[in-house]
Design a protein around this ligand. Structure first.
Ligand SMILES: Nc1ncnc2c1ncn2[C@@H]1O[C@H](COP(=O)(O)OP(=O)(O)OP(=O)(O)O)[C@@H](O)[C@H]1O
Ligand SMILES: NC(=O)c1ccc[n+]([C@@H]2O[C@H](COP(=O)(O)O)[C@@H](O)[C@H]2O)c1
Ligand SMILES: [Zn+2]
Length: 284
């Protein structure tokens, strides 16, 4: 039997941001790999996974409508008891920086945390009465039943693949202050291939190196090269994608004829939202 006290574990929520165009089995695997990793540390308990598809305003080439991408992600996670889809980000009219998505979900956790609102609403000691009150032997029992095992609010960590971490180095794609806030205030879980360059990438970045204790590298030993780009390519060529995406997702794609030459042309020649935003910033 495990000796550690489960109440002492830090609760975690994992947030994956991306296009999910479409969601693949690999996206679902990311969550499982990260959860296994944290479970094995004995220090953390992953309580929830959130998939947050990017909005159409991201303007990535071939990005089909958020409605379809969210629906597919919901179908894919229907049978998961811990991973869910959140459409707040995708329903924003403008592209939202990833750090703001983290902030949003962090705030949401804070406001839905019963221990937190209890602490705010009912201070345990009323000011002024504190000194007058005699120690009461019923008090500790009372407190315990009112607020059993006061846990801190879960931490929220950004879950991503090594390509996203390495994209931190692309000029005008990420703001340094955003990267800093992500690794300093929240934390990062990165799924990487054995022998990938992520460690070197962290070593070569001052900000990532400074916060390396908050960056968790999870090695994917049972490698899996599925990507949404490859799924869309196979579909354009009339090739099977069965067993690469959940059957329900495949059925939805076929029913709505989602990916073809025309859809791949969406946003052709359009500048990706972050590049557009930060390139114009650096000119000002
Ligand atoms: N095979 C993989 N290994 C590790 N991480 C992955 C893998 N596939 C996707 N991811 C991660 O999933 C998240 C969502 O990515 P995204 O929606 O871009 O999917 P993708 O399969 O990489 O799509 P695309 O080919 O269009 O870039 C990102 O953090 C990305 O790094
Ligand atoms: N500066 C930023 O916050 C920033 C920059 C580039 C991509 N992203 C996010 O990373 C994810 C990347 O997804 P893709 O790999 O599909 O492009 C998206 O969720 C996107 O919003 C964030
Ligand atoms: Zn990608």
């Amino acid at each position: 039997m495990a000796m550690e006290d489960p109440d002492k574990k830090t609760e975690l929520v994992l947030l994956a941001c991306g296009s999910f165009n479409p969601i693949t089995n690999m996206h679902l695997r990311l969550f499982e790999l990260a959860k296994d990793y944290f479970d094995e540390t004995g220090k953390y308990k992953v309580i929830k996974g959130i998939i947050s598809p990017v909005s159409d305003a991201y303007k990535k080439k071939g990005l089909i409508s958020a409605d379809h991408r969210v629906t597919m992600a919901k179908l894919a996670t229907k049978n998961s008891d811990w991973v869910e889809v959140d459409d707040w980000e995708s329903s924003q009219s403008e592209w939202v920086e990833t750090v703001k998505v983290l902030r949003y979900h962090h705030q949401k956790l804070l406001s839905s945390d019963p221990t937190n609102s209890l602490q705010n609403a009912l201070p345990l000691t009323k000011p002024g009465r504190k000194r007058k009150q005699e120690p009461n032997r019923h008090d500790p029992i009372k407190k315990k039943t009112q607020s059993p095992d006061i846990k801190s609010t879960p931490q929220i960590k950004l879950l991503c693949g090594s390509d996203v971490l390495e994209s931190f180095g692309i000029p005008n794609l990420w703001k340094l202050e955003d990267i800093t806030e992500i690794v300093q205030n929240h934390g990062l879980v990165c799924i990487s291939r054995a022998g990938s360059n992520v460690q070197k990438f962290i070593y070569e970045s001052d900000v990532l190196w400074r916060h390396k204790n908050n960056i968790h590298l999870v090695e994917e030993w049972i490698t899996n090269d599925i990507s949404s780009t490859r799924i869309r390519r196979a579909l354009r060529r009339g090739q099977s994608i069965r067993y690469l995406v959940p059957d329900v997702v495949l059925a939805y794609i076929e029913k709505n004829n989602l990916y073809n030459l025309e859809s791949e042309d969406k946003n052709a020649g359009v500048v990706l939202a972050p590049l557009q935003k930060y390139a114009s910033d650096s000119k000002n």
